[in-house]
Design a protein around this ligand. Structure first.
Ligand code: CUA
Length: 343
């Protein structure tokens, strides 16, 4: 019965390992690989310690057990300088062995690439419960999906608009807190392979903390350039004047698309080409570049706009507007056609 909690814990750990996109044990980039290497070193050292200690304990238990009929009292030992020196020195040696690569990694991973002309600079601003990605050199602001060129170093400057959150892409990079009051944090990472990588908020920040997902999408350099150009292109309002009017008065007072609207809340440019709506209503499978159904995007948008509170409790969009069914469908239809053609 005592093993039950242990078994439960193991099951939990194994279940967590099963989610490859959320596992630090499945590194997909140099930063995550370096961190994984450190974990392996620590686990090997711990493994050796466990094996040696248990072997010694087992040996002592068996070798010096009380045998039947033996009534003598064993030799009484009152401390041993030799032993004490041994069991103090061995851990010190182990800690030094662990400290050297750890410190090396700490320095490697805290390099500041913000002045490197080859790095892509991104200012990450966390909000309850979404992520803003600004590319200051490209004049781009977008949300929820961080598009990056494959193989390039991405220099992140992380800050927050409200409370503390934590930017975390398990398979590519470590995590870094986003702090209020002007304390920007820096980190970098790169993705050598094309793909979509799951990011999460890793700091309890409110009722929708667990839903504060984002994606990092790594595309080849030419596709990245096409994306950077396409996302800035002017966008036409909905063709139906009634929908256009509602969209301007109820959506564009907070959001921006192309050159329209207000750049305060998530930028919607190319929203239909993103991996998900609101960060969590998934439009595509992570490895699948094609939409499974064109309708998925529409349905996700419809559900999100109809009742954001049901999707992401506590978000700022809830209860800000009222739409008729026709308006809701018209806006979801319009947004579901806002694709960016860059892949
Ligand atoms: Cu943001 Cu947790």
């Amino acid at each position: 019965r005592r093993l039950a909690p242990l078994m439960a814990m193991m099951a939990l750990v194994l279940a967590a390992c099963g989610r490859e996109d959320l596992s630090t044990l499945n590194p997909q980039g140099p930063v995550a690989e370096e961190q994984f290497g450190l974990m392996k070193t620590a686990i090997i050292i711990m493994g050796i310690v466990v094996v040696v200690v248990f072997a010694l304990a087992l040996y002592v238990i068996i070798r010096f057990r009380r045998r039947s009929g033996d009534k003598t009292i064993p030799k009484q030992v009152e401390g041993s300088h030799k032993l004490e020196v041994i069991w103090t020195v061995i851990p010190i040696i182990l800690l030094v062995i662990l400290a050297v690569p750890t410190l090396q990694s700490v320095f490697n991973l805290s390099k500041d690439y913000s002045n490197d002309p080859d790095a892509v600079k991104v200012i990450v601003t966390s909000h309850q419960y979404w992520w803003e990605f600004e590319y200051p050199e490209l004049g781009i602001k977008t949300a929820q999906e961080l598009v990056i060129p494959t193989g390039k170093t991405i220099a992140i400057e992380a800050k927050t608009a409200d409370v503390i959150h934590s930017f975390w892409v398990p398979s590519l990079a470590g995590k870094i807190d986003t702090n209020p009051s002007g304390n920007e944090n820096h980190m970098y990472f790169s993705a050598p392979k094309e793909g979509v990588y799951l990011g999460k908020c890793a700091e309890l920040c409110g009722p929708s903390h667990g839903l504060m997902d984002f994606k990092v999408k790594s595309v080849d350099g030419a596709a990245f350039d096409r994306w950077a150009a396409a996302i800035k292109e002017p966008v036409a309002l909905p063709s139906d004047p009634a929908i256009a009017e509602v969209f301007q008065s109820k959506c564009l007072v907070c959001h921006a698309i192309g050159d329209l609207g207000v750049q305060a809340y998530p930028n919607l440019s190319g929203i239909a080409s993103r991996n998900s709506v609101g960060g969590i209503l998934v439009n595509v499978e992570a490895d699948d570049k094609q939409y499974k159904h064109e309708d998925t995007v529409y349905n996700n948008l419809y559900n999100w706009i109809k009742d954001p509170e049901a999707v992401k409790p506590g978000n700022l969009m809830s209860n800000r507007y009222e739409l008729t069914e026709d308006e809701l469908e018209g806006i979801a239809q319009y947004l579901s056609e806002l694709t960016l053609d860059y892949e």
